[in-house]
Design a protein around this ligand. Sequence first.
Ligand code: SF4
Ligand code: SF4
Length: 168
Amino acid sequence: MWGKGILNGMRITMRNMLRGPITLKYPYERAELPERARWSVAAKYDAEGKPKCTACMACVRACPDHILDLEFTTREDKTKHIEHYSYEVGACMMCGLCVEACPFDAIEMSHDYELACMVPEELTYDLLSDVDAAPIKRARPAAPKATPAEAASPEEGSPATGQEAADE
Ligand code: SF4
Ligand code: SF4
């Protein structure tokens, strides 16, 4: 009985000696994170380097920790200017609800996990500041409104589509 136990223990020891290490020599080596790993929230930009955020506030309302704060001004031509879009990474639980709520794919959960800092104030910073918000693009142009004459005589055939109206 004792001999069998010793052999079993030696077998486990030998197996673990031959297995490679699972630790890394951080910071000289870094782990390759899975694609869907979630760390700090980051703003996304379009091909021209402009922020994709439209200042719609959906992410701010979705955050259960209330750590996103977005302030913007609206000009006379209805375009928006983001004064600041702040984020408190020290209180973020990396749930990703803000990213899921964003209808414009304007933020993402980045792979930036080296978040330690010496000054607590650095745990709150602006994702965006003093930039124009992206215009909200509609997927389809609005349907053409019926003229008063068309609206008054609907019995003269079905309403013309936008293309039919253009052909006329
Ligand atoms: S990941 Fe979660 S806690 Fe962090 S900002 Fe987004 S919604 Fe808030
Ligand atoms: S990040 Fe997305 S959800 Fe948040 S304000 Fe900008 S466009 Fe709206």
